[in-house]
Design a protein around this ligand. Structure first.
Ligand code: ADP
Ligand code: CDP
Length: 228
């Protein structure tokens, strides 16, 4: 747009675990003055609530029955994203092994996805300057009309090495197995599985530095904006 504020731009970044979605999305949003939404944190938050309230994670109908109860609020400033459940800051507890190992089961429940998807759409449409939203089904289901869709990939070895680097003391082999198990569950669920949208740009980050991935995505966003 000439002589005015740029039209809000919506960027969807999807891909499996450890491909660099969070780090890339945050940096791109910060660099371009956009909001940032980590949708995985929302699924982790609802999982944390289920675990904390003693809901049987093996029972999808028990999860479905209470999916509407917790109030999840996401702060979308890329320099300090936040997440609360019923007013409690859960940024740390949602990263525990306990939550990580249960999140795929909770996020496969259609009532959970419907609730969280609605929340994601309302956050995305109210972002004044635009937003980078990262997850598994953003380009396919949550925001199919996003201005730009990116699908990040990397070899399982690279992803496991990155993740075990973060989790001090975790060995690469067991991290790789856990990560592949979660990918398989996320890719095979019936409702809105992890998938590349037909019109997404695929970026294999195996041999790229984080900085190179960020630059690549920033360039793609700028090209889109220039063409609008
Ligand atoms: N291209 C890259 N090269 C090396 N390390 C990376 C790269 N991209 C991300 N990382 C690191 O890998 C880890 C996982 O990245 P993250 O952004 O959390 O991935 P995701 O959100 O896809 O699970 C982080 O420690 C991050 O700094
Ligand atoms: N859009 C999304 C985002 C995450 N998720 C679920 O939430 C889990 C945690 O996502 P995450 O982005 O925090 O995962 P990692 O950063 O550990 O890869 C995934 O394994 C999925 O089960 C989802 O189903 N849909």
């Amino acid at each position: 747009m000439e002589n005015g504020a740029a039209k809000p731009v919506i960027v969807a970044i999807d891909g499996p675990s450890g491909t660099g979605k969070s780090s890339t999305s945050r940096a791109v949003a910060a660099q371009l003055g956009l909001s940032y939404l980590d949708t995985g944190a929302q699924y982790r938050a609802i999982t944390w609530w289920m675990v904390t309230n003693g809901i049987d994670i093996e029972d999808p109908s028990a999860i479905a029955a209470v999916a509407g109860k917790p109030e999840i609020v996401s702060g979308t400033d890329p320099s300090g994203p936040t997440i609360t459940v019923d007013g409690v800051d859960v940024a740390a507890p949602i990263r525990t092994q306990e939550v990580t190992s249960q999140v795929s089961a909770v996020s496969a429940v259609p009532e959970v996805r419907a609730r969280i998807t609605e929340l994601q759409r309302s956050i995305a449409t109210s972002a004044e300057h635009g937003i980078v939203v990262e997850g598994r089904d953003i380009g396919t289901t949550v925001l199919p009309d996003a201005d730009l869709k990116i699908f990040l990939t990397a070899s399982p070895e690279a992803r496991a090495a990155r993740r075990s680097g973060e989790l001090k003391g975790a060995d690469v082999h067991s991290t790789r197995e856990a990560l592949l198990k979660r990918d398989a569950a996320d890719s095979s669920r019936k409702t809105s599985p992890l998938a590349k949208a037909d019109d997404a740009v695929e970026v294999d980050t195996t041999e790229l530095t984080l900085q190179q991935v960020i630059e690549c995505v920033v360039t793609l966003v700028e090209e889109k904006r220039a063409a609008q």
